[in-house]
Design a protein around this ligand. Structure first.
Ligand SMILES: Cc1cc2nc3c(=O)[nH]c(=O)nc-3n(C[C@H](O)[C@H](O)[C@H](O)COP(=O)(O)OP(=O)(O)OC[C@H]3O[C@@H](n4cnc5c(N)ncnc54)[C@H](O)[C@@H]3O)c2cc1C
Length: 464
């Protein structure tokens, strides 16, 4: 189908948030109050932090402040790939923390197991399906990349199954596939908005005081207590945790480490049984192709296909703006790629198109830290892979606040910080040259130019 026609009736809003299950917002913070712990941010990061703080100590008085609505940002508009990896994939982990990769992988799988158990414990229905992820190659050079780490994978005891062309097409039938690698246990598919709302409900049940539409405008530390002010109130506490993602940070130093990158997605109408049979997909894995600019796609519980990725857009100046959430040029490109991948679905139309902002840092995986004499902690920089990893980051924040030394706080990955981005306008120039070089590499059998090789050597990068 012509992409413009296929997109003509697509709503300009995130599919997951466009749901009758979206709860009414909790009341704004009004007047002055105090608490034992204030969590800022009502995305996955803040929600997990508040929930696990109460699980660790039910007597703790916890306040969660969200500037808009719970889960409205990246949390409610992502692909719903809930991954075990804490390092933005094996290759990035191997590059940066080879000595502790085995431990990082194990801790990541434990984290995913714990997410599954938490959903059972609180009865959170977010269509969690532990299907794994199918990595597919659509160009010969990508096959080499998929096979590169097979020895390491078996050494680490990870459950990956290499698939040849026939086998991968028997899983998901696309004429573009040349081979694949099925990572069978390390990823689950879920509905991210229903996960966020379920976590909100669990927080409320444990007694967390949740306030929506309560943006924190200022932070004042008197040396013992921190006071956070919102337009209608203030809360004072000895401990603060920031799960504020890419938004203008309450801790100024974070702005050097995180840049906003926009990522876009489409949702199709539900496939008919006949259309689904044409594609196969009986094991319902999430799928990712293996270019530097990659697509991610998956089935929903009513058999729509979410189709996203490829363009990762940094708008010069590095601002977060609602108008950046729509990009017609990208939507058309994504639709074209969808029909190239699944020509048998030429009659399928799209019902939703949207974008969201990602907290990108130069090491592609979150970093953690303390400030204000240990009274404030943060975890940001998930770089497009935070659905699962935010729970780990929340645990790190709670460990840091308690002052405890745990297996998590002793990890080199947790102790180290990423390399900062240069200030604007150099930042925009550097990022746009990098984006251009990444696109060139995909056109050129994956060969990285001098610029990308230099960044690789410096441990610097740009990704969604
Ligand atoms: C299109 C898209 C697709 C993605 N796909 C995947 C995927 O498939 N798998 C995956 O693992 N990850 C994916 N991600 C990334 C994932 O969504 C994020 O890593 C994760 O949601 C980050 O959660 P968070 O709580 O840190 O941030 P956010 O969801 O951004 O939440 C931060 C919250 O803090 C609030 N806030 C900020 N400042 C203040 C303040 N001063 N006062 C009060 N509140 C404040 C904001 O309003 C916001 O609600 C995707 C992201 C996008 C945009």
């Amino acid at each position: 189908m012509d992409p413009l026609k296929a997109l003509a009736d697509a709503e300009r809003k995130p599919y997951w948030l466009d749901s009758p299950a979206r709860p009414e917002p909790r009341p704004r913070l009004g007047g002055n109050t105090s608490a034992d712990l204030v969590v800022v941010g009502g995305g996955f990061s803040g929600l997990w932090t508040a929930l696990m703080a109460k699980e660790r100590d039910p007597s703790l008085d916890v306040v969660l402040l969200e500037g808009r609505r719970i889960g409205w940002a990246a949390t409610g508009r992502n692909g719903g790939f809930c991954m075990a990896t804490l390092t933005h994939g094996l290759a990035n982990g191997l590059e940066r923390w080879p000595d502790e990769l085995g431990r990082l992988e194990r801790v990541g799988v434990d984290n995913l197991d714990e997410i599954e158990r938490t959903l059972e414990r609180y009865g959170v229905d977010c269509s969690f399906e532990r299907t794994g992820e199918l990595h597919v190659a659509t160009e010969p050079w990508q096959l080499d990349g998929l096979r590169e780490h097979l020895d390491l994978i078996s050494e680490l005891g990870l459950d990956y199954r290499p698939l040849d062309q026939e086998q991968v097409r028997a899983e998901v039938n696309s004429p573009t596939y040349l081979g694949g690698l099925w990572q069978r246990d390390g990823c689950a598919m879920l509905d991210p908005a229903r996960l966020a709302w379920g976590l909100r409900e669990a927080c409320l049940r444990l007694g967390v005081r949740v306030h929506e539409r309560s943006p924190v405008r200022s932070l004042h530390d008197d040396g013992t207590m921190i006071t956070l002010r919102t337009p209608h109130g203030a809360v004072t506490a000895p401990r603060v945790a920031l799960g504020t993602g890419v938004f203008p940070p309450l801790l100024r130093r974070l702005k050097h480490f995180v840049v906003p990158v926009y990522d876009y997605a489409l949702m199709t109408e539900p496939l008919t049984d006949a259309q689904l049979a044409e594609v196969g997909w009986r094991n319902r894995q999430g799928v990712g192709d293996s270019g530097n600019q990659f697509h991610y796609y998956r089935l929903t519980d009513d058999n729509r296909i979410l189709w996203g990725g490829y363009d990762a857009v940094y708008y010069n100046g590095g601002l977060v703006k609602p108008e950046y959430e729509q990009r017609d040029e990208t939507f058309v490109k994504l639709a074209e790629h969808f029909y190239d991948t699944f020509p048998q679905l030429a009659e399928v139309r799209f019902t939703h198109r949207w974008g969201g902002v990602i907290d990108t840092c130069s090491r592609f995986s979150a970093f953690y830290g303390r400030a204000h004499g240990g009274r404030l902690v943060y975890a940001v920089g998930y770089t497009g892979m935070g659905v699962g990893a935010t729970r780990f980051g929340a645990n790190v924040m709670l460990d840091l606040l308690s002052g405890e030394r745990t297996e998590r706080t002793e990890l080199r990955m947790v102790k180290e910080k990423p390399i900062p981005f240069p200030p604007e306008p150099v930042r925009s120039g550097v990022i746009q040259v990098t984006r251009w070089s990444i696109a060139q590499a995909d056109q050129n059998q994956g060969r990285r130019n001098l610029w990308l090789r230099t960044l690789d050597r410096m441990g610097l990068g740009f990704d969604s």
